[in-house]
Write a protein that binds this ligand. Structure first.
Ligand code: F6R
Length: 616
């Protein structure tokens, strides 16, 4: 995830671009840059680090140009560095591009362009875009006003992945072209000036009239006009929307809190995490280069992490075990590192960490390396400390997670780890190909299913109103649903300060049921066809003892049950069992959120907690 801004008008562009980037820093903050058109030249200034660093660059202060594009980056391909920062120019310095999204086929495109004599400076996927535009522009002999839009169209048609891009062209100094697919982009209409941004709040202080671009709609902007073209470059008229928000809503994109915004970003985070790895029904982890021989030689796989990241490990333990036929252990990093674990060169150790900075997780990794195990870091932050220590780093593409309580990182971690387990099965030929294809197909549909859940919040808000004064809430489930119960319970306690516990439903009789009495709130999860009867029978036992039950059940299973016996029922779309945690955790994240809001708490910054735990 990255943020982009554009301006075309009569004012100095640089200050407007910098102000917009500052508002978009929540989307990425590892490097930033701007390109301004000045006297027929495109002047680029960029560097590693936060947007605020750009304010200190004298050359930016001196830029007088009134057309420009800008970018704040959250690295996906290539470490944060000056050369990898946007804007990127083609190798002939004709076009400048900023890009938010991921180009999955950039390696093939790069090779193709290299064969045509183009060369590349950065490690980014984005750099292929200005070069492709240059390629198609130079091949077009028709020098009319739409030549630049045609080149952008032909270039973007070649891209697989997601993008929102802004293009400046040296030969067309009074024009800017934009297009998007699956990444956000809005156009703000001013008087003799126009604005572009990844989201409305970034430019809300200049205008309240916005055009929302749909996938593969192109816009050609000048100071006085905005022309829209469809995917076949047929020109059409678009109606502007007038927004009633005020600029105060800005950074959170209209959401009350980062946590709520991040919960709603999950479909995109999941989509982007899958996008980088699935190609024609095959999971690709080429950088690992694992052979059948190596994977069959493993005696143990460890998943090591803390907190929510550890819960992601619990949610995929059985999936990895089933796919790789190797015993999988999930360990809390702070426990693992002090217990002299049985690790050797036949052990594969996978470390899950959103920030890549958690001290215990990094220490556990160092220990595994000393014992000659292969190590993989699963992280959201390119260039973070753990990526420098691990043998391999593989990335979730959740974008920056700012709220202390982790939400989109968790679902992205599960997504990536299920993909990794499918890769293991592909290499080992341990699972029927059709079954693997079916899981991948289900994964591709996950973002839609999560979107559906996010649209249905009425009932959750009502339950939150009934529950927010509780002192204790219990969560239960079996199998993967027990893993989800543990994460859901952590979400509730960390942001609402309500005491909560999670139990494997089958364990109730072994002690916990003593806590159940009239009026106690229990949240149950049922998504596994094979375990429905068992879990329902456990729930009936607690209903008999007077518990108030809120059930998260998949739609297919709900049809087979007498749901009247439960106090509240939230249904979620059915999906493959390996992916069920992703659909069941979302309503439970929302429930925890609404309960904390009912209590009037600061959900983004719960007491006593920090986002990155860089000390023991
Ligand atoms: C809870 C939460 C924490 C983190 C844990 C590990 O919502 O966010 O439990 O999951 O501190 O952090 P990372 O993933 O950065 O290693």
């Amino acid at each position: 995830m990255c943020g982009i801004v554009g301006y075309i008008g009569n004012q100095k562009a640089a200050p407007i671009l910098l102000a917009g980037l500052t508002k978009l820093e929540y989307r990425g903050y590892d490097s930033a840059g701007i390109a301004v058109m000045e006297n027929g030249e495109i002047k680029v200034q960029k560097d590693k680090g936060r947007v605020s660093n750009l304010y200190d660059i004298k050359e930016i202060d001196d830029l007088k140009g009134t057309i420009g594009i800008a970018h704040t980056r959250w690295a996906t391909h290539g470490v944060p560095s000056k050369v990898n920062s946007h804007p990127h120019m083609d190798c002939k310095d004709e076009f400048a591009v900023v890009h938010n999204g991921i180009i999955e086929n950039y390696i093939e495109l790069k090779k193709e362009l290299e064969n045509e004599g183009y060369n590349f400076k950065s490690e980014t996927d984005t750099e292929v875009i200005p070069n492709l535009i240059n390629y198609y522009y130079s091949k077009d002999n028709n020098n009319d006003e739409l030549r630049i839009v045609r080149a952008v169209k032909l270039a973007t048609e070649r891209l697989i992945g997601s993008f929102a891009i802004e293009v400046l062209s040296k030969e067309n100094p009074d024009i800017m072209v934009v297009v998007r697919k699956d990444s956000p982009l809005v156009i703000g209409k001013g008087v003799k000036e126009n604005y572009i941004a990844s989201d409305i709040p970034a430019i809300l202080s200049y205008t309240k009239d916005f055009y929302l671009l749909e996938n593969f709609e192109f816009a050609m902007l000048s100071r006085n006009s905005i022309r829209f073209f469809d995917k076949d470059l047929k020109e059409f008229k678009k109606k502007a929307n007038t927004i009633t928000w005020n600029a105060m809503d800005a950074d959170k994109n209209g959401y009350d809190d980062y946590m709520l915004k991040e919960i709603h970003e999950q479909p995109t985070a999941i989509r982007e995490t899958i996008g980088t790895r699935v190609n024609k029904g095959i999971c690709k982890f080429d950088e690992l280069g694992f052979t059948k021989e190596y994977l069959s030689s493993l005696n143990q796989i460890y998943l090591i992490a803390c907190g929510t990241a550890m819960h992601a490990g619990l949610a995929v333990k059985s999936t990895i075990e089933r796919m790789s036929k190797v015993h999988v252990e999930v360990d809390i990093a702070s426990e693992f590192r002090y217990r002299d674990p049985l690790v050797n060169e036949k052990t594969l150790c996978i470390f899950i960490t959103q920030s890549g900075e958690t001290a215990d997780t990094i220490a556990a990794l160092k220990l595994c390396k000393e014992k000659n195990a292969k190590t993989i870091a699963v992280t959201n932050v390119i260039g973070s400390s753990i990526t420098r220590e691990a043998d391999f780093a593989i990335y979730t593409h959740a974008g920056p997670e700012i709220a202390v309580a982790s939400t989109k990182a968790y679902t992205s971690q599960i997504t990536l780890l299920v993909l990794l387990s499918i890769y293991f099965a592909q290499v080992l030929e341990s699972v029927d190909k059709n079954e693997l294809q079916q899981i991948i197909k289900e994964m591709l549909d996950l973002p839609n299913k999560v979107e559906k859940i996010l649209k249905n919040t009425k009932k959750l808000k009502e339950i939150a109103k009934m529950m927010f004064k509780e002192k204790d809430v219990f969560y239960m489930g079996r199998g993967i649903d027990y893993a989800t119960a543990q994460e859901a319970s952590l979400k509730l306690k960390e942001i609402s300060y309500i005491h909560s516990e999670s139990y494997a439903a089958g364990e109730l009789k072994h002690g916990t049921i003593a806590l159940i009495e009239k009026g106690v709130n229990v949240i149950g999860i049922i998504t596994d066809d094979n375990l429905v009867k068992k879990t329902v029978s456990n729930i009936e036992e607690i209903i008999t003892r007077g518990a108030i039950t809120t059930m998260i059940i998949n739609e297919e299973i709900a049809k087979t049950l007498n749901t009247q016996i439960f106090t509240n029922v939230i249904t979620v779309p059915a999906t493959n069992q390996y992916l069920s945690s992703i659909v069941t955790v979302v309503p439970l994240q929302l429930l925890a959120y609404y309960i904390a809001k009912e209590k009037g708490l600061d959900v983004d910054k719960p007491r006593n907690l920090a986002k990155s735990v860089t000390v023991e």
